[in-house]
Design a protein around this ligand. Structure first.
Ligand SMILES: *[C@@H]1O[C@H](CO)[C@@H](O)[C@H](O)[C@H]1NC(C)=O
Ligand SMILES: *[C@@H]1O[C@H](CO)[C@@H](O)[C@H](O)[C@H]1NC(C)=O
Ligand SMILES: *[C@@H]1O[C@H](CO)[C@@H](O)[C@H](O)[C@H]1NC(C)=O
Ligand SMILES: *[C@@H]1O[C@H](CO)[C@@H](O)[C@H](O)[C@H]1NC(C)=O
Ligand SMILES: *[C@@H]1O[C@H](CO)[C@@H](O)[C@H](O)[C@H]1NC(C)=O
Ligand SMILES: *[C@@H]1O[C@H](CO)[C@@H](O)[C@H](O)[C@H]1NC(C)=O
Length: 653
């Protein structure tokens, strides 16, 4: 008997030793019997927050993640935008601000689990819902379906991404507990179950059979109809203010058993240019969050920090309404990562359900008002073509789209001549609404007017036969939601002058970002042109200025905000970093976030502005201003009918 006990003891010690050496098997799965997740055998629910690494400079990732951890979250949720990592077909970028593995490792080190949403489609108010624009090289491609060309591209991308994610799975010792397949597929017209089945097999083949794969759809039976699929755990998304048990009833319709999950609980809401800034009251967010947690559900707060659509990355809704540069979202952490009342209110609610970490919360980062910076006119776009378009123009009878010009983002210049004398104002039109999205028209170097998708399809021009017509077309961001995501840019149909179609175009693909970062626009031009006649409009023009970070003040450089008094609409770069679009003339966003990480104390900081509409220098001195407070909620100045935000939250309420 005694000997037996020794043997048992020895076996036990040996088992423990083996486990210690090999590590306790980590597992994460759905317990259908007890309606919960199980992590290493223990009942588990996550309280997570959305943070998009692609909207935050890498240097700030740790600060934002720590603040999320201190709020009491035990997980984060992020999308992976395909177009951010494969900007042109077969060319991948996972470095610097795109270093997804580093981001996941930081989350893991801080003690946050990860809910990964790799798409391929993500929506996310991100250009084309994260799909790369080069997919449109096949004109009639059916995105998010079994279209063989689409599937081939998806297979290749996932063949790159998912093996990279596998070591980060919970089962492999990493932070990723669940992985979403597609996104809100039930809201898409195609309803192609073979596509979802294909993705499921693809994800399983790369990630194995142990990982929990899930779907997310609006909390309505009609969304789950095409969004849910056998083998993928169905979850729902819904905002505050509704009836939580009714919303979860929709999930129960697809998943009679298993954990309740709200994958997107809206802490705020998105904005569009020309609409009022969205806010959602803290009280209503706290109340609904409490109700969700009270029924034992897992929840993800979308967004916990929104961040910024730097560069050209914002998306748009349909009918065409682009989102601004800020993705502040009225989230618990501001665009700049600052703490808000909403942050602390959410932390108090979470405290009722789980222990939140002790210790002080990291403070908001200080902001500095560097003041006014004198700007001077550099060149007009039309005068700078030699440095903006190194390859020169492509000649075409009819206009070509951005994709046909092999350009994804920014601006393309279309140049032709007036075929006839227009001594009286003659309508220049886009009869098929084919200006995607805004065109700045000039005749012989004088601004003639602006065409805008859905809003301004005709302007009048005057001029002699043979006068040079320049049409600078701005891509304002591709539609990211609904059936219109095949959003071609440029002049996607012909322009007419009177009754005639304009022909004989010279089309310039423009590498503005490259020219800005190489400092090419700062070189003196070939003689200043005579100033144009006074007019409310000017031709698109670059301006430059520089400022020095003051000496003797500790902790500079600090974050800041830039504003544009007297300016109307354009794009701004600091030291070659594309901060995004400004459009105070339309609102509601007035200031742009300036992260300190792009500023230099070693050399003057260079500000380059492309102003598209009006010359801010004509009335007097022209400056941009660095301030310490953001303005995202200015009164909206739009002569156009108010467009209503259209989706999801309204569907529910
Ligand atoms: C990859 O992305 C990073 C971050 O945006 C950028 O700095 C870098 O230049 C990119 N690399 C290439 C090869 O484009
Ligand atoms: C939510 O809806 C259910 C079913 O319609 C109802 O019984 C319940 O009272 C509602 N809850 C609230 C808070 O309104
Ligand atoms: C163009 O000019 C015509 C005639 O002067 C005028 O009736 C019309 O309103 C103008 N259209 C625009 C868009 O300015
Ligand atoms: C312009 O019109 C011509 C002649 O009708 C047509 O062949 C061509 O496809 C049109 N181009 C565009 C971009 O719509
Ligand atoms: C600004 O541009 C000047 C002139 O090209 C250059 O010497 C300087 O280094 C630039 N500043 C920064 C911070 O890049
Ligand atoms: C904008 O927001 C600020 C700060 O929250 C607030 O003080 C101000 O009243 C708001 N302005 C408008 C026009 O809503």
């Amino acid at each position: 008997c005694k000997i037996n006990w020794v043997l048992v003891d020895l076996t036990w010690v040996l088992t423990l030793l083996v486990l210690a050496i090999l590590g306790v098997p980590r597992n994460f799965n759905v317990d259908y019997k007890n309606d919960c997740f199980r992590k290493d055998g223990e009942e588990f629910r996550y309280i997570s927050g959305s943070v998009h690494y692609n909207r935050i400079p890498r240097a700030y990732w740790k600060d934002r993640l720590l603040k999320m951890y201190m709020a009491g979250l035990n997980a984060i949720q992020t999308y992976v935008p395909w177009n951010f990592h494969e900007p042109s077909r077969g060319q991948y970028n996972f470095s610097g601000d795109r270093d997804l593995e580093h981001f996941l490792q930081l989350a893991h080190d801080i003690g946050l689990l990860v809910v990964l949403r790799p798409g391929p489609y993500i929506c996310g108010e991100w250009d084309m819902g994260g799909l790369p624009a080069w997919l449109l090289n096949k004109k009639d491609i059916v995105l998010r379906s079994s279209d063989p060309d689409y599937i081939a591209a998806v297979d290749k991308w996932m063949g790159k991404l998912l093996p990279m994610m596998k070591p980060f799975l919970y089962q492999s010792g990493g932070p990723i507990i669940t992985v979403q397949v597609e996104n809100e597929y039930g809201s898409y017209f195609a309803c192609d179950r073979d596509y979802l089945r294909h993705l499921t097999k693809l994800f399983r083949s790369h990630l194995g059979n142990d990982v929990v794969l899930f779907t997310t759809d609006g909390a309505g039976v009609r969304y789950l109809k095409c969004g849910a699929l056998q083998g993928l755990y169905a979850t729902v998304d819904f905002g505050p203010g509704g009836n939580v048990s009714v919303a979860f009833d929709a999930q129960r319709h697809a998943e009679p058993h298993g954990p309740l999950v709200n994958s997107e609980f809206y802490t705020g809401w998105l904005d569009h240019w020309g609409e009022h800034h969205s806010t959602v009251s803290t009280a209503i967010v706290a109340k609904s969050l409490n109700e969700i947690l009270a029924v034992g559900a897992s929840v993800n707060l979308y967004m916990f920090i929104g961040g910024t659509n730097f560069g050209y990355w914002n998306g748009a809704n349909a009918p065409y309404a682009p989102q601004p540069t800020s993705y502040d979202y009225d989230a618990p952490l501001t665009e700049a990562g600052d703490l808000t009342d909403k942050y602390f209110a959410i932390r108090e609610v979470i405290k009722l359900y789980r222990k939140v970490p002790e210790g002080p919360v990291l403070p908001s980062t200080p902001k500095y008002a560097y003041g006014a910076v004198q700007m001077k006119k550099l060149h007009t776009v039309s005068d700078a073509l030699e440095v903006l378009s190194l390859s020169g123009p492509v000649k075409s009878i009819y206009p070509l789209t951005f994709i046909e010009m092999n350009q994804a983002f920014g601006f393309v210049l279309y140049r032709t001549k007036l075929p006839v004398d227009c001594s009286t104002p003659t309508p220049l039109s886009s009869p098929l609404n084919g200006v995607h999205d805004r065109a700045y028209v000039s005749v012989d170097g004088v601004a003639a007017g602006i065409l805008e998708r859905n809003k301004a399809l005709t302007i009048n021009v005057t001029g002699k036969a043979g006068s040079q017509v320049d049409v600078l077309v701005e891509n304002m961001g591709r539609i990211n939601y609904g059936k219109d995501i095949n959003d071609f840019k440029g002049l996607v149909s012909n322009l007419t002058l009177g009754a005639d179609t304009l022909t004989g175009w010279a089309i310039y693909s423009l590498s503005i970002d490259q020219a800005v970062s190489q400092g090419l626009l700062w070189e003196p031009g070939s003689g200043e042109a005579a100033p144009p006649p006074p007019s409310p409009l000017s031709v698109p023009t670059f301006y430059g200025g520089a400022f020095v970070i003051p000496d003797g003040i500790p902790d500079l450089p600090q974050d800041s905000y830039i504003r544009f008094p007297n300016w109307r609409k354009g794009q701004v770069w600091i030291n070659g970093f594309n901060l995004g679009r400004y459009w105070p003339a339309r609102g509601p966003q007035v200031t742009l976030f300036v992260p300190a990480i792009i500023l230099s104390t070693a050399a003057p900081n260079n500000v380059t502005v492309l102003e598209l509409e009006a010359d801010p220098c004509t009335p007097g001195h022209c400056t941009v201003e660095f301030t310490s407070t953001p303005v995202l909620n200015a009164t909206v100045n739009s002569d156009h009918k108010h467009q209503r935000a259209l989706f999801r939250r309204d569907d529910l309420l």
